[in-house]
Design a protein around this ligand. Structure first.
Ligand code: GRF
Length: 218
């Protein structure tokens, strides 16, 4: 990871607080991530995270679903500025909209989910609810999953997962905080760095429901 190394261009999609975006900006500024955020696309003009993009001097596009007739049109409005910005990957970071992935974006869109997929994921499973259900189920480990995005919620090939231990006195707040800081803040930069180093291979095997991700030289 050197400053002379070419940076992998990405776009980041946000909907709200933007802690994930802020973490990526911090890691890039610290020289720990060979990535350049060319564009931030927000699904809401009121997203708090927009201020992190502005502070960092990153171009911003606001694309609100209510302005589009259907999912295809909305998705195109999200991906078109990403294409124009010349990004290699589109990185969902606390992004709450389901997109239709166009053919040229296949295996180029990523998401992070605050549980170990396939547990506690799918439609409407975001925010507090994920950790509430993990605690209710009494799991002993939780964590996060970085995965490629297809046209269904939390369904695409898993790139990496990071675990945290669940403590007997955990609350939704303490668990979500630990998953965010100890798992997500480590896993997303790591996944993006692996992509920047071209160490991620997607392997299709006949008869399997979805391809698997193989990390080279691990
Ligand atoms: C994280 O839990 C992440 O897994 C989920 O959104 C939360 C972060 O939101 N996708 P934000 O980055 O603070 O907006």
């Amino acid at each position: 990871m050197t400053s002379s190394r070419e940076k992998m261009p990405i776009a980041v999609l946000i909907s709200g607080t933007g802690r994930t975006l802020k973490n990526l900006i911090d890691k890039i500024n610290a020289g720990e991530l060979d990535v350049e955020i060319r564009l931030v696309v927000s699904s809401s003009k009121n997203a708090f995270g927009l201020q992190y993009a502005e502070q960092a001097g990153i171009d911003v596009a606001i694309v609100e679903s209510s302005n589009y007739g259907n999912r295809e049109m909305f998705s195109e409005a999200v991906f078109e500025p990403c294409r124009l910005a010349g990004v290699r990957y589109v990185v969902m970071a606390g992004y709450l909209k389901l997109l239709k992935i166009p053919a040229d974006m296949h295996n180029r869109v990523l998401n992070i989910h605050p549980s170990l997929i396939p547990s506690f994921c799918g439609k409407n499973m975001y925010g507090r609810l994920v950790h509430e259900q993990a605690l209710n189920r009494g799991v002993k480990v939780s964590g996060c999953t970085v995965h490629f995005v297809d046209d269904h919620y939390d369904n695409g090939p898993i790139l990496i997962q990071e675990t945290v231990k669940v403590k007997s006195n955990d609350t939704v707040e303490s668990l979500s905080d630990r998953v965010l800081h100890e798992a997500e803040f480590v896993a997303y930069p790591r996944a993006l760095q692996l992509l920047a180093e071209n160490r991620v291979e997607i392997v299709y095997t006949e008869g399997e429901e979805r391809p698997r991700v193989v990390i080279k030289d691990e």
